[in-house]
Design a protein around this ligand. Structure first.
Ligand code: COA
Length: 373
């Protein structure tokens, strides 16, 4: 069977960053206004007063210090608390395709490839801005790629599931090279008025090129030794937004049409699942844990990643063993583990082994074992 490599990655970082302090100042102004506006109902017990958010809590509970967003002023306006981004016309490049094209160009350059070398485009992310036509087909046209493209959504695990789909296409001879894109505008599904989760997410887009090893020429190659995917149904991370919402007007404006989670349960259930999957995938690749020098983990919560690496290694990981980007980017859903991979690979010697692992809604977990060439 043909071997596949990751021959290049690219990253698009949005132009605006929001610090925890900025976010908390806005949330607390909103909470004060809400409480003042509902003072009588709060006094008679029919409405619950909102409690303030806290920078110290956010950093301790999650490790997040800031997040990038596509538009900042609307989010930080206590009377609005959602981005202000005008709709684009059908004849303009859509915003998710726009960020995907930027990340794709960077990945193509790193791989030493051009659009003519790509046969397949996958847009794999948590939220698509429209039902159809597929964003992947729009990106394909924008980059002038011949072949085919389609969208897929496996929430936070979209990138690793996308890599596995790309590997299968390369191994079967269906595609010489595949462009996998993860344009995450998570600021669109985040409820900025929910104290429990308003700090969690950020926007970013990553691009990955998977191609046949025997013809790859890139100086940045990682051989894909093994991939393993797993899903197991859970309601603990859920978003009921969808095209059938209009069937029932009573649901309009309900918070269940945005991201919501049982954070404690997710933490408790997902950490052991991810650690077991990583160990099983390393074993399936014919390797042992001590041979692996790097874990590019999904970037949702620092404490989760510390626990998962402790479960794998039986000790605390050194910082370079499990690089952290969530302090600067927050949870960028499927892009997170790929941002870590993109930023923390240059120091690895040829032959070094690593694991990319994502985990999230579904539940879904994806593991990719790679060796630097
Ligand atoms: N500011 C201050 N206090 C806050 C707060 C905020 N923004 N949000 C919640 N709190 C309070 C809670 O009200 C609670 O108070 P109580 O103890 O008086 O009841 C306390 O802080 C602890 O809240 P809890 O929700 O139990 O916090 P946590 O330690 O579980 O951390 C998460 C919350 C979301 C950071 C954490 O559960 C998590 O990251 N889980 C993983 C889920 C995840 O990342 N999923 C994404 C996909 S994998």
């Amino acid at each position: 069977m043909r071997q596949a490599v990751i021959s290049g990655t690219g990253l698009y970082t949005p132009p605006f960053s929001i610090s925890n302090q900025e976010l908390v100042t806005c949330f607390n102004a909103y909470a004060e206004q809400f409480n003042a506006g509902h003072a009588a109902a709060i006094a008679d017990g029919t409405v619950t007063a909102l409690e303030g958010s806290s920078v110290a809590f956010i950093e301790k509970a999650s490790g997040i210090k800031a997040r990038y967003v596509m538009e900042k002023d609307g989010i930080l306006d206590p009377a609005r608390m959602v981005s202000r981004i005008p709709e684009r016309g059908d004849d303009e490049l859509s915003i998710q395709a726009d960020m995907a094209v930027a990340a794709a160009r960077a990945a193509l350059q790193q791989a030493g490839r051009s659009a003519a070398d790509i046969d397949m485009v996958l847009v794999a992310c948590s939220n698509m801005q429209r039902a159809y036509p597929a964003l992947a087909v729009e990106v394909q046209q924008a980059l002038d790629i011949d072949g085919y493209g389609f969208d897929m959504n496996v929430a936070c695990s979209s990138a690793t599931f996308g890599i596995q789909t790309a590997v299968a296409a390369v191994q079967s001879g269906q595609a010489r090279a595949v462009l996998v894109l993860n344009p995450e505008i998570t600021s669109g599904h985040l409820n900025w008025r929910d104290r429990d989760s308003h700090f969690i997410f950020g926007d970013a887009c990553t691009a990955i090129i998977v191609e046949a090893k025997d013809t790859a020429t890139s100086k940045h190659q990682f051989e894909i030794l093994e991939t393993q995917l797993k899903t197991s149904f859970s309601n603990n991370i859920r978003n009921n937004f969808g095209f059938l919402n209009r069937f029932d007007e009573t649901g309009e404006g309900k918070a269940d049409k945005l991201f919501r989670q049982q954070g404690r349960k997710v933490f408790k259930e997902v950490c052991p699942m991810a650690a077991e999957m990583i160990k099983a995938t390393i074993a399936k690749a014919g390797l042992e844990v001590p041979q692996v020098s790097r874990y590019w983990l999904h970037q949702a919560n620092l404490n989760m990643n510390l626990l998962i690496t402790r479960m794998i290694l039986g000790r605390d990981a050194e910082p370079q063993e499990a690089p952290v980007i969530l302090d600067e980017y927050a949870n960028t859903s499927s892009a997170g583990s790929i941002i870590a991979f993109h930023k923390y690979q240059d120091d690895m010697p040829a032959g070094a082994l690593g694991v990319i692992c994502s985990f999230g809604a579904g539940y879904s977990i994806g593991c990719v074992v790679v060796r630097k060439l």
